[in-house]
Design a protein around this ligand. Structure first.
Ligand SMILES: C[S@@+](CC[C@H](N)C(=O)[O-])C[C@H]1O[C@@H](n2cnc3c(N)ncnc32)[C@H](O)[C@@H]1O
Length: 223
């Protein structure tokens, strides 16, 4: 059997190798660029941002990105629903996902969660005030549109609502592995400040000062 990489390729790869830290205290755009050179086995040419909003992830990039968003006001390259994507099977090498993560705005009107975080609709009581029910239909579509060995990069934030911890990152891992993805990596991203509901005077849980970047591969193996 041939080795996965010939020796000269292996040594070229180790010369170019730059480790990626598991805790990131910088901008998303910079981290995404690092991840795009770190995880894909070949340079990705077709990249989909499935929740592109204002495109903050791609500031300064020279890459050609297809930006999908359900809200026309953000002027994405494609207006559409990421749970029913208007794309052919196996046409992207990378899909990026940053779903709405604050189920209800609460009292803090200073921050425009509605526009920036896509809170077009509130999460209802029957969904446990979370957005986890959106993950299974999304990951099925992400799996369909990714090429074999394709990468799914998800920014995901756990959240406390009504004194309940919402395990968004666990729900997403379960949904993605259930759809056939392999869960390959997890990076903790430090937030500038915690999300605080101004109604909370005393809260008996830690303040969320981080979120996660989860890395999945449409493959049997990660490495
Ligand atoms: C947290 S924002 C993304 C922010 C973006 N990553 C950025 O940094 O600019 C989430 C976005 O997902 C969009 N969205 C929500 N549900 C969607 C769906 N089913 N299909 C496509 N986009 C959706 C919202 O309109 C919103 O713009």
């Amino acid at each position: 059997m041939q080795p996965a990489l010939w020796p000269e390729h292996e040594s070229k790869r180790s010369e170019q190798y730059k480790p990626l830290p598991s805790v990131w205290d910088g901008e998303d755009a910079e981290l995404i660029e690092r991840m795009l050179t770190f995880y894909p086995r070949e340079r990705p040419r077709r990249i989909l941002d499935a929740t592109v909003n204002g495109g903050r992830f791609w500031r300064g990039t020279k890459r050609n990105i297809v930006g999908l968003d359900i809200a026309r006001l953000h002027r994405p390259s494609v207006v559409g629903d990421n749970t029913q994507m208007p794309f052919a099977d196996r046409c992207f090498e990378v899909v990026v996902y940053d779903p709405p993560h604050v189920p209800n705005q609460g009292e803090d009107k200073q921050k425009d969660f509605h526009t920036r975080f896509g809170l077009g609709q509130r999460s209802q009581k029957e969904n446990g005030y979370s957005f986890s029910h959106l993950y299974p239909p999304f990951v099925r579509e992400a799996y369909r549109v990714l090429k074999p060995e394709g990468i799914l990069l998800c920014k995901i934030t756990d959240y406390i609502h009504d004194h309940q911890y919402q395990w968004a990152h666990v729900d997403l891992i379960q949904a993605a592995t259930g759809a056939g993805f392999r869960a390959c990596d997890c990076i903790i991203k430090i937030r500038k400040g915690p999300i605080i509901d101004p109604k909370w005077k005393v809260a008996h849980h830690s303040r969320r000062q981080h979120c996660y970047w989860l890395v999945f591969r449409k493959s049997d193996k990660c490495e």
